[in-house]
Design a protein around this ligand. Sequence first.
Ligand code: NAP
Length: 641
Amino acid sequence: MTNHNLDTLASQPEQLRAALEAADAATLMLVLVQLTRDASWLDRARPHIAGPMSYHETMPEPLRAEIRAGLFDVLMDYARNPRPLPPIPGGQLLVDMLNTAAGEPVGEDYVAMMREDLEPAAVDPRGLVWRDRPGDAVLDAFHVVVIGAGMSGMCAAIRLQQAGIPFTIIEKNATVSGTWFENSYPGCGVDTPNHFYSYSFEPNHDWSHFYAKRDELWQYFEGVADKHDLRRRTHLGTEVTACTFDDATQTWAVTARRADGSEYALKANAIMSAVGILNRPKLPDIPGRDSFAGTALHTAQWDPAFDWRGKRIAMIGTGASGHQVGPTIAPDVAELTIFQRSPHWVVPNPNYFGEVADGKKWALANIPYYGRWYRFQLFWGFADGLHSALKVDPEWQNPTRSINQKNDRHRDFMERHIRSELGADSPLLAKVIPDYPPYGKRILIDNDWYKMLKRPNVALVTDKIAEITPEGIVTADGTLTSVDAIVYATGFQASKMLWPMIIKGRHGINLHEVWKPDDATAYLGTLVPEFPNYFILLGPNTGLAHGGNAIFMVECQVRYIMNCLREVIESGKHSIDVRAPVHDAFVEEVDQLHDGMVWTHKGLNNWYRNPAGRVFAVLPYRLVDYWRMTSVFDPSEYRFA
Ligand code: NAP
């Protein structure tokens, strides 16, 4: 670790003091331990740090003050007497730090990942390191087409660029950023904390809020595209319609269609398909839908000119999108009638609306390791720390309510929150408390949903919708709700992965026929046998339903893919194709693990499963498992040509 960032501290002791006041004491304590190797801080802080779901620290103020003073002295000493910071702790100390950071034992599985995360920024371990860098002529002759310039396509492009491999990005939208450009519905934003939901190699210390809204996220991705100069290699307003593998040349023929309908061809040695799975909106199959005379909008195809103020609005759907739209528009509309088919579990979060204090931004930018430890705490609290709450305990006595003891505790926590928001006798309770265990559908953070339901201009309808008429929505009992506009917060055609692109691999095999309707599979969610050099980002079984951060998944996948490409290019081969038994064994394990997870719970529906009930969309593993699986590349799993 270089000491250059400590120069700032030496000249700005007052800012350092202010930052220490604003920063999280538990995170500062971890930095202090890392710099001093004094494990006694861990012993003193540990009893005051609680694990996920109700994650918080309750250290007494005198202890916090000691931590701040101790760290101030240590940092100023480094600043005044420049010397290298100590190396990353090893052995038991790192394990103890991880356990204390998480507020519960996390086990040794996280040590290697955390060591990688604590590496000095100058070495980016998730980028490609050539073993034997090929000459420029070899690299220039290799061309990758990246389909999509959203979060995952941009990550892929940045890694290709760093490795010196030429690429072209084809993007259907008018700009980069994918989902954060497309989704502009009122209230759109993240429900994963931003300091975790950002590229590990492009941390943003200036997020205005812990959970940023769409415009700020969009700007973040636009900024990353500019910084890495991705636009000059991006064909905007252009859609890939077909990819066909040529067995003779071991290359891909790509057909792209411009907005004006004209088509052109590209040749690619490899394809990185980064189109996401939540981008083809799904409209419900309700009789009379097209007869509605007012305005109809899907959340993912929002009309920025639509003015909801003073209007009577119906909203169908109460998932993550609806949960953000409803409370945002409710204060301004005449009436909001919400049609809910099934309720979601919703968790309160004290930081959800919180702004990031200037001192905290300064700490993130200037205090060494602070941002990395903060990220790990978020990683645990919003991802892997929740995983065990989703695993079915076969001995559990009350399976309609919950699936294991931890899951039951989480249920109690969320139920208490709902009752405290609505009141113990509210007739709404029967409608909003789910009758399935927590995490059976995607968990949501409370966006003032229950406060919204108590508004006099908001109604929650749980009767089945029978039809849509020109005037509005009719429920099964014949009641018509007349409205000016219908908002469809009804989600995406997730199971139609990579659709409607035509993808033909070896011997003309059509990927959509291999996958049949709705049953996508891929080794590590990335590689399909007989589709050489075709790499899927955020493919089958890589969605995160226990919590977490899709960017983390993408970084893991891209690292793995880059290692595949390294193997091909350095060995002078043309293509890499996963062996069918390797793919099949992976899928078998995924299916088997899913059998023991909450998403396959009896009677439950969610978008993670296909019509046959197979979980095709989400990951059954912990993030650390996926990190491990994608950090090693085993050539024996592949055929090379
Ligand atoms: P979704 O979770 O699939 O929710 C769709 C909603 O529409 C559900 O409430 C569903 O009811 C309802 N619905 C569908 N068809 C219906 C019908 N025919 N009649 C009545 N109701 C119907 O979609 P989403 O809210 O757009 O979210 C999709 C995913 O996008 C999320 O799970 C998340 O991964 C991502 N997302 C993330 C954020 C974020 O903050 N990070 C924000 C938005 C979206 P049932 O539940 O009964 O099926």
